[in-house]
Design a protein around this ligand. Structure first.
Ligand SMILES: [Fe+2]
Length: 241
């Protein structure tokens, strides 16, 4: 009877956000399906600072449907920096879909690094791109280390696929909304299993909208075990993994 009422916390009240680094976000305005205006970018950054975060990586989508160029991303980032006077340390990278545009950018070496040689990459959640493992190998051969965005969301992956990613030297990035159930039970269960196995290196919000982020960070869904396992990941610096 007593076990039914195990206390759960939200990310906001867990203490996990103090000094935290958000390694994945779509809050650099007007570039993708994320935040559209400077005002919303500014509001989110202010809120994150109030919650105690220390650093945020802007990782706009780059894919065939959203073919942002490196120059466009850098120009918008410079524009944001000219307006932003808050206290968060910010960085620019990108989230690359492993598609034909990525193959071209990889060939040209035209990729924004996510610290050191890490490049944040994603796939569809339902099916891998043709030649997934070859693409990852060719990244490694060119000196880029794949940082796999939200692996827990890839329903086509098995545990042995996750092991293979780790063994070949890829790093895994947890989406915090996954661990509070925002993408459904499959992503929740996978994120818990990967967290328990110690397979994640860093975390991110994957924030697209202020209101959604607020709901995700306020949801009282974190058990004590998850908080304990998440704590060491929250402040890891990408360059050091
Ligand atoms: Fe994303």
């Amino acid at each position: 009877m007593f076990g039914l009422f195990k206390r759960r916390s939200s990310l906001c009240e867990s203490g996990l956000l103090a000094g935290a680094i958000d390694n994945h976000s779509h809050i650099l305005y007007g570039l993708d399906d994320g935040v559209k205006t400077w005002e919303e970018s500014s509001a989110i950054l202010t809120w994150m600072e109030e919650l105690g975060l220390s650093e945020v990586w802007f990782t706009p989508h780059v894919m065939e449907d959203v073919p942002n160029t490196t120059e466009e991303l850098k120009a918008r980032y410079a524009e944001l920096l000219s307006r932003y006077n808050g206290g968060l340390k910010t960085h620019l990278a990108a989230e690359y879909m492993l598609d034909n545009l990525f193959a071209k950018r990889l060939e040209q070496g035209d990729l924004l690094h996510h610290g050191g040689s890490l490049v944040l990459v994603e796939t569809s959640t339902v099916a891998p791109p043709i030649g997934l493992w070859d693409i990852l190998e060719s990244m490694m051969c060119k000196g880029f280390r794949p940082l796999i965005a939200h692996p827990e969301r890839y329903r086509y992956m098995s545990m042995s696929d996750y092991d293979r990613l780790s063994q070949m030297g890829c790093k895994l990035q947890l989406n915090l909304p996954s661990i509070v159930g925002f993408y459904g039970s499959s992503a929740l269960e996978r994120s818990k299993a990967l967290l328990k196995k110690g397979m994640y290196s860093i975390v991110g919000s994957d924030c697209h909208r202020f209101k959604v982020l607020d709901r995700q960070y306020s949801a009282k869904e974190l058990d004590k075990e998850s908080i304990r396992l998440l704590r060491p990941l929250m402040t890891v610096v990408a360059e050091e993994i």
